[in-house]
Write a protein that binds this ligand. Structure first.
Ligand code: ADP
Ligand code: MG
Length: 326
């Protein structure tokens, strides 16, 4: 055992040699995946472990990109073309279907043909008009072939899988940030993970929040995929009841332990507009931040208890989600 005086000397030396007494530098990796730039931050990990984990993570995410996209030639695209679903895909679609039912089909995975009509399946959508009313009506009437699109769910499912891959490699402190959609593992060395939620209008940070181990933050915003035509702006979150972009919301952020459910819920609550508390209760999520299209900020009580609004922002309404029923 080290004598007391000697151990305090060791501590003093450590304090001198580590400026500001911060934790050792994290390992950070950035690469394109999930339709965005993914940033992975690992704490308390040796170089060999980090290299192996990051290689496995890149492979897993690129597999999911291929197989969970409704377009291209991966497993989901093949299912849409008539092939049977393998067990992993079937499980994913079954869980998405459960969330769709809970949402009153505001989150609608069978929306692919409508998304394609609008051109939002194509990252390189060329300028052009929105689809005409007859084409939208044909989709609403169920006259178009069904195409399953997991675009509103798969990023969450991928974040869940990403956390599993890191844990399988012995990593317990990490943050995976896919363009503002985030999952946290453990902590950031010597403090909790603290992340920002984007302001849907200024592109600055609207709010800050501390994440517990295993929590995910998923945001659906009207700024993500858009096009303009004849002085009108159109975005990619469609209301399955009208076949058109949902107008009432600028962004919805949901925090939950199940990232896929948070993703599906963010989309459904976005579409729900003012009715979001009832839909949140039905989908089993209780930590929600909404920015309405007119800029009003609404929080669930669970979100209000832990979020820090920045830039002088204040909540216009705080709602107890668990009390809301449909
Ligand atoms: P982001 O893609 O920005 O994370 P979302 O999670 O809300 O945002 O997913 C939007 C994507 O989901 C769209 O690009 C489209 O492919 C699909 N989608 C659009 N509207 C709906 C809806 N009401 N239900 C399910 N999927 C939808
Ligand atoms: Mg979503």
């Amino acid at each position: 055992m080290i004598p007391a005086r000697a151990s305090s000397l060791v501590l003093a030396l450590l304090l001198v040699s580590v400026p500001g007494c911060t934790a050792p530098a994290p390992t950070v990796d950035r690469f394109p995946a999930l339709g965005t730039l993914v940033e992975v931050t690992l704490h308390d990990v040796d170089a060999a472990t980090a290299t192996a984990a990051l290689r496995a993570l890149r492979t897993a995410l690129s597999d999911m990109d291929e197989n969970w996209s409704a377009w291209g030639d991966g497993a989901l695209a093949q299912f849409n073309a008539g092939s049977p679903a393998d067990p992993a895909l079937a499980e994913l679609m079954a869980d998405a279907e459960t969330m769709a039912t809970a949402s009153g089909r505001l989150f609608e995975p069978r929306i692919g043909a409508l998304v394609e009509l609008w051109g939002f399946h194509d990252g390189e959508r060329r300028p052009g008009p929105p689809p005409d009313a007859d084409a939208i009506q044909a989709w609403l009437d169920g006259a178009l072939p069904v195409r399953v699109d997991l675009g509103a769910y798969a990023k969450g499912a991928a974040l869940t899988r990403a956390a599993e891959v890191l844990r399988e490699h012995g990593i317990s402190n990490a943050l995976v940030n896919a363009g503002g959609d985030i999952v946290a593992l453990g902590d950031a060395g010597n403090r909790a993970w603290h992340v920002g939620i984007r302001h849907p209008r200024t592109a600055g940070v609207l709010a800050g929040i501390t994440l517990a181990d295993g929590e995910a933050v998923l945001t659906s915003g009207d700024y993500e995929r858009t096009f303009e035509w004849a002085d009108a702006r159109y975005h990619h979150i469609l209301d399955p009841r009208t076949g058109r972009p949902a107008p009432a919301t600028a962004s919805i952020t949901v925090i939950a332990r199940d990232a896929a459910h948070a993703d599906a819920a963010a989309t459904a609550l976005f579409v729900a507009g003012e009715d979001w508390p009832e839909v949140a209760a039905a989908m089993g999520v209780d930590t929600v931040l909404r920015v309405a299209a007119d800029g009003r900020i609404e929080l669930s009580a669970a979100m209000a208890a832990r979020v820090d609004l920045l830039q002088g922002a204040t909540a216009a309404r705080i709602v107890n989600v668990t009390a809301a029923t449909r």
